[in-house]
Ligand binder design. Sequence first.
Ligand code: ADP
Ligand code: MG
Length: 369
Amino acid sequence: MSSVTLSNIKKSYGDVSVIQGIDLAINNGEFIVLVGPSGCGKSTLLRMIAGLESISGGTLSIGGDPMNDVHARDRDIAMVFQSYALYPHMSVRDNIAFALKMRGVDPARIEREVANAAEILSLGHLLDRLPRELSGGQRQRVAMGRAIVRHPKVFLFDEPLSNLDAKLRVQMRVEIRELHQRLQATSVFVTHDQVEAMTMADRIVLLNDGVIQQFGTPLELYDYPCNRFVAAFIGSPGMNFVDGTIEHEEGIAALSYGDGRRIELNPEMARLPAAGQAVTLGFRPEHLQPCAKGQGFETLITSIETTGFENYLYCEAQGVRMCALQFERLDCRVGDSIHLRPAADKLHFFDQVTGLRLESEAPLMRTAS
Ligand SMILES: Nc1ncnc2c1ncn2[C@@H]1O[C@H](COP(=O)(O)OP(=O)(O)O)[C@@H](O)[C@H]1O
Ligand SMILES: [Mg+2]
């Protein structure tokens, strides 16, 4: 087990730069989730840590030792892929044992290691089967078994759950977390799914266009997104955004939006951007609640979604779309008018031009830079 440190790590293909100078300090034993939209450079970064991709600039160290020039097989890292990458003609037992056999490990120890991994992953009754005789979830477990027997310093996972159906994904998410509790091995897990990131990570690295947007615990990113990209990426349905201008009058703050409409904001003035500033106001669906006429946004309901547990009202005010989450089943229909107000202490303000968070007080906020 080991810490992993990236200092100004860069990657370009020809003159196309895909990783733009990443600084990241991963603690020994931490479970890090690297998340971001498709094509943002997650796999590239992971493959550089693994040694499967050369590093164009910067320094990578594992357990304090520089790794840039160390061959992949000597980095003591195990990687689990989306495709599982099992040997189709080998039994589960031989797949799991493969890396140890190649290293010439003593057969008695191989048997012990395979039995131990099979026990951890509940594969004991499947050891004599071939990969094609297993379900997707079982194949994924075999792929993890191959990693476990090596006792690597670092586990890397590249979207290992993406080929599984939704229910199994939720189950494997829990299993991988429990496996981590047990092994306490430093892990970097790549996904494009923010729910996987939120539920699995000790800390999340949110990447976009090869640049870290924010590095922090799941709730730091959820509660204190440091820019509009993070605010929009984390959470589903996403945060609501309304562009407008801040007004302060006689101790009352408001946002003017649309064709001159105003809503009172009313948090402490100290937490508000300056009067006259053009901002994007953000608030999450669970913080938007029905209110009396004359307060909040006057909206029309454009659609309603219910899961039985949660009810989402999709509404429109002055051409601005917003979503409200309700746990009670409201007596309302599409086309109804409804007044909705965001909770005063759950407002986020972003600069309309740069997208950066404006509010200065964010006690837990941490960014990578
Ligand atoms: N071998 C390569 N040659 C050129 N461009 C590449 C190569 N591999 C990846 N890229 C580009 O690098 C960017 C990041 O890719 P990748 O790391 O696979 O993204 P992600 O895993 O986040 O979806 C993409 O724009 C991709 O097209
Ligand atoms: Mg990828």
